[in-house]
Design a protein around this ligand. Structure first.
Ligand SMILES: [Zn+2]
Length: 405
């Protein structure tokens, strides 16, 4: 079947309404509130695929937080391709700051507004409609197409980690991550390490600092190491065509670590978190050695303090795939077929579920989805309908190129 016959089954109006439905279901995860999670969206996606006649596998990742995997075709002698989306969204913040209600899914001048409109109910909807286009057109793919709606991308990525341990995950050969990247083909993603640094001193009266050891001085010393650490990591990482160079950014400073803060008490402990972004190159050990060295230098500058650190959520190193990968070649052709233009290549400033899939399963990933790259997590988040429809078409043509018929 020619690709245009499958593309004819991508209905723009249906895609817009599906995206709006998904945006209207708030899926902000609020720890402590068992009703505030991805379950309602997951349930919607599950029922939608059943109605379309797909085989659906629901994987319970955590109580009330399921991954939904819709499967089309058998892998057989062919390949298995994942179209990946996540069902959680970040907080809407203060709704009064929004011009369009955060879960209203207003459609105005060719844009859909709302939390998750770009990141990433739209990408998920585009993947769903793309998969359905194969089913509705009666196309038999030469492999297996999986649409994955995963939980918890915005936090610990437990949905992606869980998927990697399941049969359906281990059988994957490649994945398209449908995150908002303006439909560019992103071949690289920056990595992230959150280094939680804990400084210990000795409690004392603020009027008699000589009687204690102030851990806040140690935090200060560590912060002075940040520019040097950033410089060394930049030297160790490869220069990237698509990614900004590594950065080391302090994001949290906290003291005391126990008890109430009091102006006349030197605390026993203090901590800071460094948000470290990396480009491809160094291994975990190399990155760790640099952070160790920065902590050692800071400690030696402050007599009596001890400084330790750990990686919150482990290491998510930068990922990269080459233009010669079968998936990249398939998508390069797919973009031309779907949009009539040559693809733009790019890189993802942060990490995504694709980071987990790439590093755990070793499979190639390309991040490509609708939505302005800078709009996620902002108020009045939106997606352009034109970009949304183009994304669904790109997924159809790319999957067809990659899996064959
Ligand atoms: Zn996202």
């Amino acid at each position: 079947m020619p690709v245009k016959d499958v593309l004819a089954h991508v209905d723009a109006d249906e895609l817009v309404e599906l995206t709006r439905d998904l945006v209207r279901i708030p899926s902000v995860v609020r720890p402590g509130d068992p009703a505030a999670n991805e379950s309602a969206v997951a349930d919607y996606v599950h029922r939608w695929f059943l109605k379309e006649g797909f085989d659906v596998e629901v994987q319970d990742v955590a109580p009330g937080r399921p991954n939904v995997l819709a499967v089309l075709g058998a892998k057989g002698a062919g390949k298995s391709l994942l179209l990946e989306g996540h069902t959680d969204v970040v907080t809407e913040g203060d709704p009064a700051l929004w011009t369009h209600p955060p879960f209203g899914a207003d459609l105005v001048d060719g844009r859909i507004y709302g939390r998750g409109a770009a990141d990433m109910k739209s990408g998920l909807a585009a993947a769903m409609v793309a998969a359905a286009a194969f089913k509705r057109s009666g196309t038999r793919l030469g492999g297996r197409l999986v649409v994955g709606a995963l939980v918890d991308e915005e936090a610990g990525m437990i949905g992606a980690r869980h998927l990697c341990g399941t049969t359906i995950g281990r059988d994957l050969d490649a994945a398209i991550i449908c995150e908002p990247e303006e439909n560019e083909l992103c071949l690289e993603q920056r990595g992230v390490v959150w280094a939680r640094v804990t400084v210990r001193g000795r409690m004392a009266h603020g009027a008699m600092p000589e009687a204690g050891v102030n851990p806040i001085t140690g935090v200060g010393a560590l912060l002075r190491e940040v520019p040097g650490l950033q410089k060394r990591l930049r030297a160790l990482c490869a220069k990237s065509k698509y990614l900004r160079p590594p950065t080391v950014t302090p994001t949290i400073v906290r003291a005391p670590l126990a008890g109430v803060p009091q102006s006349n008490v030197i605390p026993a402990g203090a901590e800071t978190t460094l948000d470290i972004r990396l480009t491809p190159g160094p291994t975990e050990d190399v990155v760790a050695a640099e952070i160790d060295a920065a902590c050692r230098r800071a400690a030696s500058a402050c007599e009596g303090v001890t400084i330790e650190w750990r990686a919150l959520n482990g290491y998510r190193l930068a990922t990269s795939v080459g233009k010669d990968e079968a998936l990249v070649r398939a998508m390069t052709k797919g973009v031309r077929q779907a949009t009539g233009r040559a693809p733009r290549f790019g890189g993802v400033p942060g990490s995504t579920d694709g980071t987990i899939l790439r590093t755990t399963l070793g499979i190639p990933i390309v991040t490509c989805g609708p939505g302005n790259r800078l709009i996620p997590h902002q108020v009045d988040e939106y997606v352009d309908v034109d970009e949304l429809v183009a994304a669904a078409r790109i997924y159809v043509a790319s999957a067809m190129q990659y899996l064959g018929t």
